[in-house]
Design a protein around this ligand. Sequence first.
Ligand code: HEM
Length: 158
Amino acid sequence: MFDSSQANKPDITGRAEIETLVNTFYDRVRDDAVLGFIFNEVAQTNWTTHLPKMYAFWETVLFRTGGFTGNPMAAHAKLVPLTDMGRDKFDHWLQLFRSTVDDLFAGERAEHIKNCAADMANVIYSRINQVPDPRFDPANLTPEQRERYARYKPPPVV
Ligand code: HEM
């Protein structure tokens, strides 16, 4: 259905929009009642290093550039003995991520980044909590996921 509130928003076209998205998202995360303390107190995140890492991560996902070389599975597995990293937390993270994207952007890449975040949240959640679920195994992509990833063509980075 056509959503008129999205009509005049730009799509994500390059690094500048990724930085805006990541900065806005983590500003909200830091102040979030459910997620804030995991970063601020449990992980004691160094934002000066975390934010550039996340720019590189999303640039790599969307544009296949960006040079991300981290290890998301290990970074989240490390948190499991320290705090609850259950389904509710991931659902809340995703809701905040989706609403941040929708507040700022609209278009093919905006949709793609939300879908990628949801796919990755499922994989990270099930692996780190050892809840094996064949639906979340990257080896078992659904026809819809296969078609979506095959259709997606990264634009040239601006
Ligand atoms: C419950 C949801 C989540 C929580 C509480 C969470 C929390 C964290 C924390 C605390 C870190 C470490 C930051 C530091 O270095 O201090 C981290 C790293 C990271 N997170 Fe998440 N995260 C969540 C979901 C996700 C999802 C769904 C994605 C991907 C779509 C993601 C992507 C990343 C990446 C790429 C890193 C950097 C990994 C590295 O250092 O190599 N996170 N996250």
